[in-house]
Design a binder for this molecule. Structure first.
Ligand SMILES: Nc1nc2c(ncn2[C@@H]2O[C@H](COP(=O)(O)OP(=O)(O)OP(=O)(O)O)[C@@H](O)[C@H]2O)c(=O)[nH]1
Ligand SMILES: [Mg+2]
Length: 273
């Protein structure tokens, strides 16, 4: 028997009643976490493990997270803190969304938290089984996120039904794949090819009529894909440049939904070489 590779840690977060415990039970194939119509059913973190395709997972179900302004129960505040702290411990965050409800600021706040902590995040639109027109729903969601969510390229999106066990294996395959991609190293020659590609594109953002360009890129030996990007400016890399760079890099290397750590390094003397 081949050995089980490194364990993948995941947590399920999201608003009350979105189906977190249903998904948890579905993944572990046991009915451990109580499920029901009632909002705020899960009151504590529930952990378990499962194996899919020789890959072991640790998974944590969490109490539904509501906006702070809606909470006046001290226990709920404490539970919220615990769930959010949990994000530090995992590799991947599954953000569960009830497809019958609209995305709210709370969802984006949770997603931003995970992204800032450099975690792989999945937006899981759950309860697909009760939608009349799934394709229409999907295209609306893609369009909405593209237009309204600046971090769009950092997230993975899936449409599932936890209750009917629909697209759950496809989710797990994607998840394993993303964790794998996160661990791969990009060859120096490929990084140089990318620089040449940018030069050919000739769409470098300008600050005060001066084009900001990357001069070279090095990948660092860190757990997360981390790169030092040296730029031709003695000032801090402007966000117009960092966004442009991040987007084109992701597109070029197919790294959508993968956390990447770019360290932009300014030149002491940008006019040299
Ligand atoms: N139709 C449908 N119903 C679902 C699905 N997933 C969950 N539900 C239902 O949604 C309700 C809430 O499910 P839970 O799994 O308890 O939700 P939760 O997010 O854990 O809720 P809290 O613990 O209160 O935060 C239950 O009535 C589930 O049966 C789904 O994929 N399809
Ligand atoms: Mg629950």
């Amino acid at each position: 028997m081949s050995t089980v590779s490194n364990n993948i840690n995941i947590c399920i977060i999201g608003k009350p009643n979105s189906g977190k415990s249903t998904l948890f039970n579905c993944l572990i194939k046991k009915n451990i976490s109580p499920v029901g119509e009632e909002y705020g059913l899960t009151k504590q973190l529930i952990r378990d493990q499962f194996i899919y395709n020789k890959q072991s997972f640790t998974i944590v179900d969490t109490p539904g997270l509501r906006r702070k302004s809606k909470i006046n129960d001290i226990d709920e505040i404490q539970r919220n803190r615990e769930a959010i702290k949990l994000i530090d411990e995992v590799d991947t965050v599954l953000l569960l969304i009830d497809s019958l409800e609209s995305l709210t600021k709370q969802d984006f706040r949770l997603a931003d938290l995970a992204i800032n902590k450099k975690k792989i995040i999945f937006f899981l639109f759950n309860k697909q089984d009760i939608l009349d027109d799934k394709n229409r729903f999907k295209s609306q969601i893609y369009k909405y996120l593209k237009n309204n969510y600046g971090q769009y390229r950092m997230v993975n999106i899936e449409f599932i039904s936890a209750k009917r066990n629909q697209r759950i294996t496809s989710l797990l395959k994607q998840l394993i794949n993303k964790v794998k991609i996160k661990d791969t190293k990009i060859k120096k020659s490929k990084l140089n090819k990318f620089l040449n590609y940018l030069i050919k594109q000739d769409r470098f953002p300008k600050v005060k009529k001066i084009e900001i360009r990357p001069k070279y890129i090095v990948q660092l030996n860190e757990a997360l894909p981390s790169f030092k990007v040296f730029i031709n400016s003695k000032n801090r890399a402007p966000s117009i440049f960092t966004k442009y760079f991040d987007n084109t890099f992701r597109d070029y290397f197919n790294l959508e939904g993968i956390p990447i750590n770019f360290k932009f390094i300014s030149s002491k003397n940008p006019y040299l070489d």
